[in-house]
Design a protein around this ligand. Structure first.
Ligand code: ATP
Length: 315
C-alpha cells in the first residue's frame, strides 16, 4: 500500500498541476481467442501494438473530482461515475488512501467503441496523471495492478510498445524486438461495435464447430516482427474476432476490399472492430492507401499512424 507523502519525506511530492498525459490507441497484431471460461472471460493470446492516435488528459488540482471533455464522442460519452477516467481516479485514490480530488479534462481523438481500446487508454492516462498530481510515486507495474481491475487493456496502455498479452489480456510482457517503425492506415468507422456483443457473436459462430478451435499462439507473428519486413509481418497478422465483427457489420468487408485495392500489404479488423487497420511499406505508401480509402467512401475517415508508440506518458 502506498502512503501519501508528508512534508518531510524525501521523494515524490504532490504536483501543483496541470499534469498533461498523452496516451496512444492499441491494435492487436495477433488476437487468438480461446473458449469462454467459467469466470465469463475468454482466454486470450494476443500481441498488442500501440499506434499514433492519441488521447490527452490534463489533471489540475481541485477540491472534488470532475471530468470535462472535448473532441471525438463529446456528448455521447457519459462523464459521470461510469466513465473509466473517473473509475480509474477513484480506484487509485482508494488504493493509495488519498482523497480523489482533481479537475480532469479529456481531449479525445481515439474513436469510441472502435476496437482501439480508447476507454482503457483514458483509464491508463488517468492513473499516470493522478499518480503525479497526488505525488504517489507509484511504479508502472503498481499502476497496472490497479488498472487491470478496470479493463483488460489498461496494463498494456501503461507500458505501450509491442507486447504479448495473456490471461484475458491483462498479463503483459514486452516484446524486445529491435525497434522498427511500422506504418499503418486506420479506417475509422461511422459508429462503434460493442465488444461484449462481438465476443457473443464469436461464441455463437463457434457453437456449430466441434471440437472448439485451439487457441492459436503468436509464434509466426513474433518471428515476423524479428524479420522487420512488412510483407512478412502482413502475412502473419490475424484476428479471431474478425469473423464475428464481419458477421455483425458485413459492410466491413467493403472496407477491407477497398484497402486491398488501394495497395495495402495486409488489412484486418482491429480487436473487436469496427475500425480496420492496414499495413503499408512506408510513410508515403500509407498516405496513398489512406487517400484511396477516403476516395472509396467506405469509412468515416482513414488516417495514417505509426507504431510502436510508448504508453501513457506525461508530456
Ligand atoms: P475494447 O477495449 O473493449 O476493445 P473499444 O476500443 O471497442 O473497447 P472503447 O472506446 O474503449 O471501445 O469503449 C468501450 C465502452 O467503454 C464505451 O462504449 C463506453 O460506454 C465505455 N467507456 C467508459 N469510459 C470511457 C472513456 N473514457 N472512453 C471511451 N469509452 C468509455
Amino acid at each position: 500500500m502506498t502512503e501519501a507523502w508528508g512534508p518531510d519525506d524525501e521523494g515524490p511530492r504532490p504536483h501543483p498541476g496541470p499534469v498533461r498525459v498523452r496516451v496512444p490507441a492499441k491494435i492487436n497484431l495477433h488476437l487468438g481467442v480461446g473458449p469462454l471460461r467459467p469466470d465469463g472471460y475468454h482466454e486470450l493470446n494476443t500481441v498488442y501494438h500501440a499506434i499514433g492516435i492519441f488521447d490527452e488528459l490534463t489533471a489540475r488540482r481541485g477540491d472534488t473530482l470532475t471530468l470535462t471533455m472535448e473532441g471525438v464522442g463529446t456528448g455521447e460519452l457519459a462523464l459521470d461515475e461510469t466513465n473509466l477516467i473517473i473509475r480509474a481516479a477513484r480506484a487509485l485514490a482508494a488504493h493509495a488512501r488519498v482523497p480523489a480530488y482533481a479537475r480532469l479534462h479529456l481531449r479525445k481523438s481515439i474513436p469510441l467503441a472502435g476496437g482501439l481500446a480508447g476507454g482503457s487508454a483514458d483509464a491508463a492516462a488517468a492513473l499516470i496523471a493522478c499518480d503525479m498530481l497526488w505525488g504517489l510515486g507509484m511504479s508502472r507495474d503498481q499502476l497496472a495492478e490497479v488498472g487491470a481491475q478496470l479493463g483488460s487493456d489498461v496494463p498494456f496502455l501503461l507500458h505501450g510498445g509491442t507486447a504479448l498479452g495473456t490471461g484475458h489480456g491483462e498479463a503483459v510482457s514486452p516484446i524486445l524486438a529491435r525497434p522498427t517503425a511500422w506504418h499503418w492506415v486506420v479506417a475509422i468507422a461511422d459508429g462503434g461495435l460493442s465488444t461484449p456483443a462481438v465476443y457473443r457473436e464469436l461464441d455463437t459462430l463457434r457453437d456449430s464447430s466441434w471440437p472448439p478451435p485451439p487457441l492459436e499462439g503468436p509464434d509466426q507473428l513474433m518471428a515476423a516482427l524479428r524479420q522487420r519486413d512488412p510483407e512478412v509481418l502482413g502475412a502473419a497478422l490475424g484476428n479471431d474476432l474478425q469473423a464475428a465483427a464481419l458477421s455483425l457489420r458485413p459492410q466491413l468487408a467493403d472496407v477491407l476490399k477497398a484497402g486491398h485495392e488501394a495497395g495495402a500489404i495486409a488489412g484486418l479488423v482491429s480487436g473487436s472492430g469496427p475500425t480496420c487497420v492496414f499495413l503499408a511499406a512506408d510513410a508515403g505508401h500509407a498516405q496513398e492507401i489512406a487517400a484511396g480509402l477516403n476516395a472509396a467512401g467506405v469509412c468515416l475517415e482513414a488516417v495514417t499512424a505509426r507504431g510502436p508508440q510508448p504508453g501513457a506518458r506525461v508530456t
